[in-house]
Design a protein around this ligand. Structure first.
Ligand SMILES: [Zn+2]
Length: 479
């Protein structure tokens, strides 16, 4: 009889695995018990996590083909950004300093009107680059007119994501009309294209790509489109995503035209449910909050959009209450045009700080809660919680490592508080679906130099073509 192997000693029958993350200073699992494992390890084979535990227990049980040493690292489930307009990445700054009607109807549509398919591809590639560097492994893009380019980018970058072919069918609103050049489709035409996108890409790239139905703001969607969009999402077993009760102007616009705010209208049309993700929701009325809870719809809180666009989302939004009442409330970065960055750690900092400041309450939205919003709640909001959101055996290997060996992290007495309150964010190493997308700050899945070159040149050309460049110049002379 052979002697029982000691911990750390390779057993002859140890199975081979693809990747071992070991010696993690802090392994934050987000499992049922919310265990934080000191000197932790994660064994990964293919796309899946096969074991989680102490390094000395795990390391001796497998023959890994690759090892990542996570000494000095905070290891988290890959972060989930539930609102990211990939195609707006090259328009950073073009919607600055203007009121909501101009922001939506002139700046965003003005930029999009100039976007060619190659621009959309490079916008998405740069957006994925920013997300990987931020430690994001999964996102939802609420939709645009370039689903082929969005899917291609997902295939190449290695990220996990939900995309959509956007739908809307109304061109006049109570806060202004859309320009003539904006795409014009009927409800049926828009939904036929959305269905084509689901048929083409839902489940693509080893399951990393999913496709939902995306509506723009309800103010530009007819009752027929909203009703049919929910039915199409249900028939395909996918989600429906749309902006809702985003800003005061939009609440007024909906009341003037439809006699009620967005979420009440969605409820009237039978378009609320657990597969519906409501973006922003900073201006949701008490009745809208109750309807959201009653129908089990999910909410995406976007702190930086509120700050950048002066919308009061965190001041008037009721996100801590929704969380206490059991709602799913995830976080979203929005876009380079509305936010103006794509970084979910910064969203955690803003959400936590803004709620405390608004309520004069240092206990509200503690680090644990905002980290749950960026992981478990994000996974639930994207209908993906059986596979992602925590570091547990059987889940997909989506994992982000943050380097704590930096001045702003010292001393690391509470790593969760340091991540949210003290760090500058920015991951060191990112794994998605078992693939290493970034290691020690080097992005492996995207040619970063080429992507940045394309962003600089294409971004300036689009700004010039759209005529928006003059509107956003510094107030000081440039000599
Ligand atoms: Zn948006």
């Amino acid at each position: 009889m052979s002697a029982r192997p000691r911990p750390g000693e390779n057993r002859p029958e140890s199975p081979a695995i693809d990747l071992l993350i070991r010696n993690a200073e802090w392994l934050v699992t987000l499992d049922e018990e919310r265990r934080i494992i000191r000197d932790g390890a994660v064994a990964i084979d293919g796309a899946e996590i096969v074991a989680v535990g102490k390094s000395d227990e795990i390391a001796g049980s497998y023959h890994p083909r690759k090892i990542i040493d996570a000494g000095d690292k905070l290891v988290l489930p890959g972060l989930i950004d539930t609102h990211v307009h990939n195609s707006q990445q090259l328009g950073r700054g073009l919607a600055d300093g203007c009121d909501i009607p101009i922001h939506l109807l002139q700046r965003l549509y003005g930029y999009e009107a100039q976007l060619l398919s190659d621009d959309a591809y490079w916008a998405a590639t740069n957006c994925h680059l920013e997300m990987i560097r931020a430690g994001t492994t999964c996102f939802l893009d609420p939709g645009n007119y370039f689903p082929d380019e969005m899917a291609r980018t997902l295939g190449e970058s290695g990220l996990r994501g939900v995309i959509a072919r956007i739908a809307f069918d109304v061109h006049t609103t109570a806060i202004g009309d859309l320009a003539r050049h904006v795409v014009r489709e009927t409800a049926d035409e828009a939904l036929a294209r959305a269905q084509e996108t689901i048929d083409a890409y839902h489940g693509a790239h080893d399951g990393r790509t999913r496709v939902w139905i995306g509506l723009r703001i309800p103010a530009v969607c007819s009752d027929e489109l909203i009703r049919k969009a929910k039915q199409t999402a249900d028939a395909n077993g996918v989600g429906l995503v749309l902006h809702a009760s985003e800003a005061r102007d939009e609440v007024v616009a909906s009341r003037v035209k439809f006699g009620m705010p967005d979420v009440e209208r969605l409820a009237e049309l039978g378009a609320l449910g657990p597969n519906v993700l409501l973006i922003h929701m900073g201006w949701a009325s008490p009745r809208e909050l109750a309807l959201t809870l009653r129908h089990g719809a999910c909410v995406c809180c976007t702190p930086s959009t509120g700050f950048r666009a002066g919308m009061g989302s965190m001041e008037f939004g009721r996100f801590p209450e929704l969380l206490e009442l059991g709602a799913t409330v995830a976080l979203g970065s929005d876009s380079a045009m509305s936010s103006n960055y794509v970084d979910i750690v910064r969203q955690m900092t803003l959400a936590s700080g803004a709620a405390k400041s608004q309520r004069l309450d240092p206990m509200v939205l503690p680090p644990e809660t905002v980290i749950e919003m960026a992981t478990l709640h994000g996974a639930r909001a994207l209908l993906w919680d059986e596979q992602i959101g925590s570091i547990e055996t059987g889940k997909k290997a989506d994992i982000s490592l943050f380097d704590t060996n930096k001045p702003e992290w010292q001393p690391v007495l509470n790593p969760l508080a340091n991540l949210v309150y003290a760090s500058r964010g920015g991951a060191d190493t990112v794994v998605c679906n078992g693939q290493v997308l970034m290691e020690k700050g080097v992005v492996l899945s995207i040619d970063e130099e080429r992507a940045l070159f394309e962003a600089k040149t294409r971004g300036r050309r689009i700004a010039e073509r759209s005529g928006l460049l003059g509107a956003i110049q510094p107030r000081w002379p440039i000599i």
